[in-house]
Design a protein around this ligand. Sequence first.
Ligand code: SF4
Length: 339
Amino acid sequence: MDYRHHKKYLTGKFKSKQEIIDKLKAEGKDDIYHVLSFGGGTQSAHLLEDHLQGKIHYDYIVFSDTGAEPEFIHRQVKWWKKRQEEIGNNTPFIVTHHMSMHGGLEEMLWRYINTDYQRFQLPLYFSKIDDQGNEIKAGITPRQCTIDFKIIPVKQAIRKKIMEKYGLERHQRFPSNVAIVQDIGFSVDEINRISMWESPQYKYVYMTYPLVEQGMTTKDSIKFLAANGFPGKRSRCYFCPFNCSSNKAIGMDWEEIIRDEPLSFLKACYFDRRLREVIRSGEKRLNSIPYFHYSRQPLKKVFKKEYELATELYGNELNEWLKEWSNYVNHKYIVNKER
Ligand code: SF4
């Protein structure tokens, strides 16, 4: 598909990288930084490899840890760092995270469930109760997590680097001759995910989508990685509600999490149950019933046998995790607030 015929381009939601750079130069920006927002999965790995092969220039590679990626994604990130070193590429590779919630999305969910925090940042499937008391299918909440836990932390990390480079303090004005062009690894089949090319948070940051410009699909990137013997797991959070069933054939499925990370699957079942409990209790602004699974059934019911087996094998580890988070949230948000 040629992006120039797509409504996102025709309505100005998306511009090509060259168009953006030409515009910035015409505005007198003479110090433009190119950044790869690296997710550790397939499409941004495709861009990273293009960089390592000298086909795309980056000044920084940034991985924002959402705090809920499966271990296999952290292993892939390490694999790519090692490959970068072996090739002798020196582009700074930064790992960052959400500015105030360093524990990422796990922290956000713990905070939401246990405190009066009301900002819900995950896309979940909702049901509502009709007049007869039956549960009926409702909508899905927006994918705010990608913006808050992946895209914004990358911008903040780069802003900090550039401010340091210019010898400026955090509160000072960003240099007016500088712009940041941030490459995002959406594929052409994901073109509908593009909502803007100018950052709403920082007026000197611009978002570009090279795989869309090249007409590359998600499958093209997966094939490219496989053909080169590179790791090819799709990046996402272990509880991502966009996980599907394995018949999707592009690797983002609950079965993969259950098989490779049964403890993470148990954690997802815990959040799934607790969110419904806390929302039903009336303490939250949301009043529909949330589900992590697209069937709008509890995860532990959809994968009953797997849940029982994982509980038998990893129940103790889950309890450890519950204890650690409980202490952390209690200390950070409840005890400190009462002081
Ligand atoms: S992978 Fe899913 S849960 Fe994680 S940030 Fe992206 S949309 Fe949100």
